[in-house]
Write a protein that binds this ligand. Structure first.
Ligand code: SAM
Length: 288
């Protein structure tokens, strides 16, 4: 007969290091030691982490490609009273890693499973914290599409995003992605490239996008490894501080010689990623 009085286990969502094993927290180690089993993205990788800390634990694989079935299967186990820890290959689970489905299932009101976060490293937050770009408001985009048309469409949507933008990118796509960003956001947008954080070849370098691309092309090793791009948000200049660089003004005035003012403003705004309305007000205010 079914026993409805079994107390369900807890589900711990445990962050693990993004490169340097010593970044693991005491609480994470304690949790990994005391649970009944672990759900891991890649059992081999998590196995190495456990071995390093001398923890022996049953590991089950929990991938994104079979998450739907796995989530149901392991939900049943947790309901039977097994304390479980969810980990990913590195960093915080669910941040571009598997876990969403099982958390969503366990969150259902009638299932009384406690979900407990064990916070720790997250590459996006680590990169943001050292970027020197505003951190009071930011948006996380994860990976842009590997398909050019989709990537460009998303970048066009992000062009006037004022918050700092965090993007994950794969080594072999970084240059293509930076080229697309340059074409859409304009060559002056400031970007920080954070590579291999907490590892031997850690490198954090920021510049405007044109210079950044030139700097990478001098030595392609600079984009070998795990990479995050932190992009400065779109800058809206205040009405009281209507200033534009001489380069922008020169472009506008040169275009104006050949084209109607509306067209000249539209083209200049597109080149330098400035709002058309702002440029128009600037033009009127300065009586050019
Ligand atoms: N859940 C992970 C986290 O919390 O950091 C992110 C997993 S996502 C599948 C992997 C991507 O994160 C990499 O392609 C890279 O963009 C970024 N990443 C992970 N570790 C990194 C590191 N040590 N340095 C720079 N980027 C890293």
């Amino acid at each position: 007969m079914k026993n409805n009085n079994i107390k369900p286990g807890n589900l711990y969502v445990v962050a693990t290091p993004i490169g340097n094993y010593d970044d693991i927290s005491k609480r994470a180690l304690l949790t990994l030691s005391k649970v009944d089993f672990l759900l891991a993205e890649d059992t081999r990788k998590t196995g190495l982490l456990l071995k390093y800390f001398n923890i022996k634990k049953k590991l089950y694989s929990y991938h994104s490609y079979n998450e739907k079935q796995s989530a149901k299967k392991f939900l049943e186990k947790i309901k039977q009273g097994y304390n479980t820890a969810l980990v990913s290959d590195s960093g915080t689970p669910l941040i571009n890693d598997p876990g969403y489905r099982i958390i969503k299932l366990c969150r259902k009101k009638y299932i009384k499973i406690k979900i407990i976060p064990i916070p720790g490293p997250c590459s996006a937050i680590s990169a943001l914290s050292v970027s020197g770009l505003p951190t009071n408001r930011f948006c996380y985009e994860g990976f842009l599409s590997s398909k050019k048309t989709k990537r460009i469409k998303r970048l066009q949507e992000l062009k006037f995003e004022c918050r700092t933008i965090i993007i994950y990118e794969a080594t072999h796509r970084v240059l293509k992605c930076l080229d697309d960003i340059k074409n859409i956001f304009g060559e002056n947008r400031y970007i920080v490239l954070a590579k291999e954080l907490t590892k031997k070849w850690e490198n954090i370098h920021g510049d405007n996008i044109s210079n950044l691309i030139k700097w990478i092309k001098l030595d392609l090793n600079k984009i070998k490894g795990e990479i995050i791009l932190i992009i400065s948000g779109y800058k809206i200049l205040s009405k009281t501080n209507m200033q534009l660089s001489p380069k922008i003004i020169k472009t506008l005035l040169n275009l104006k010689k050949e084209l109607p003012i509306k067209k000249a403003i539209n083209i200049t705004a597109d080149i330098y990623s400035i709002k058309r309305n702002f440029l128009y007000k600037f033009y009127i205010k300065n009586k050019y």
